[in-house]
Write a protein that binds this ligand. Sequence first.
Ligand SMILES: Nc1nc2c(c(=O)[nH]1)N[C@H]1C(S)=C(S)[C@@H](COP(=O)(O)O)O[C@H]1N2
Ligand SMILES: [Mo]
Length: 443
Amino acid sequence: MPPVPPTESAYDRMRLRQWYLGHARSAGVERRVLMKLLTAASAAGSLTAVGATNARATAPTAAAQAATATAQAATAQAATAPSAAPGIVKPLPSDVFTVRGTNAETNFAALRSTGRLTPASHFFVRNHTVTPRIAAEDWKLTVWGSGLRGPAVDFGYDDLRALPSVTRTAFVECAGNGRSYYTTQQNQQVTGTAWTLGAIGVGRWRGARLGDVLRRAGLTRDAVDILPRGLDSEVVTDGVDLGRVRRPLPPAKALDDVILAYEMNGEPLPADHGFPVRLIVPSWVGVSNIKWLGDIEVSDEPLYSPWNTTLYRLFGDAYPAEGSAPLTRQSLKSAFELERGATVTAGRRRILTGRSWSGGAPVRSVEISTDGGAHWHHARLRDAPRPGNWVRWATDWVPRERGTAVLLARATDRAGRRQPEVAVHNTQGYLFDAVVHHEVTVV
Ligand SMILES: Nc1nc2c(c(=O)[nH]1)N[C@H]1C(S)=C(S)[C@@H](COP(=O)(O)O)O[C@H]1N2
Ligand SMILES: [Mo]
């Protein structure tokens, strides 16, 4: 029987209390260092927007510079840089991607020609360092820790493929998707990669259930945290080595719908998206979906890493000093499949298309305004709403007045949540959910 924890936030409050009391272990980074980072994060009111992480030793100087550029500089750089991001293997044509430091954002307009699934050629990449090249035959996954009945258990690529497989359609979306709008739309400072709305993709993932693997490895009822870790290099931020990307999952989620994916859209995973095996954690923040998975610690005491203490919590005026609970579900967003500042012809009918999604519940409806919010009407949904997926929508528009028109799309999900006009600020710019102002020029 899987342990049944309380709600996500109650689970976390308990963990955080245990950690402060010294009853939880900081996995792989000193407690003292984490405490310092935590203090800095909660005090960070006036930081400039940066991609704060650098690839250790491997990134060329240009990459390091790009990764530490300010939001404005990053945007300017993206406009002029050749379509290459240090450490990303696949081609990044500039009509499809905007390079941001070690990451590549999908241009939403480029999704117009794609279906509900995002092809690998269009899927955004978020790399803390660089894409490692790993051969399937050299790869193994080690499951280990105090929450197992016995010693560590290894699974090879073929072992994993021999387990019963499941297929799930799910988005992977960075928690910072939409972050730049805190600054450009709300005039607030945030840290992190200055994404617009393209740090999301929807894949059809096939793999083994994490629950099956954990049970085979001898999971006990005493396990309280499951810590998957990537094989890419250590992440160094401001001179502090945070270790390899890892973030604990509560057993309730790990045993629910999480898979160890080896296929994306019917093909082996591409290198940039985690080959040979990555985690897929439906509806949760992107960082949960650990790529290039190498080991999983199963612990009978609570675990902490920078990715659930100083990073991926909400800090700021609206939140307690130690931050919110670690982020779990993604927020609600909508985007037009149209270039920003596009030129459209007055008096000519056109079809506006876009997509809306929510980590909370399937999208129920989408409203559109073509006059900056004075009038709203419902868009036609072109997909059946499903959890962890987006819906494509369309609406007709005949632009009348010449000049600037502000297009708005506002989704409501089945949990009753509707995109607000203003997102509540947090210092790291996570979970933006406000309606985005999409300006176009009518000529
Ligand atoms: N090992 C590892 N896993 C990782 C990351 C990483 O840098 N290293 N980035 C995370 C983040 S922040 C996001 S948003 C997603 C992005 O997945 P994608 O690059 O396949 O789009 O992967 C997550 N998994
Ligand atoms: Mo992310």
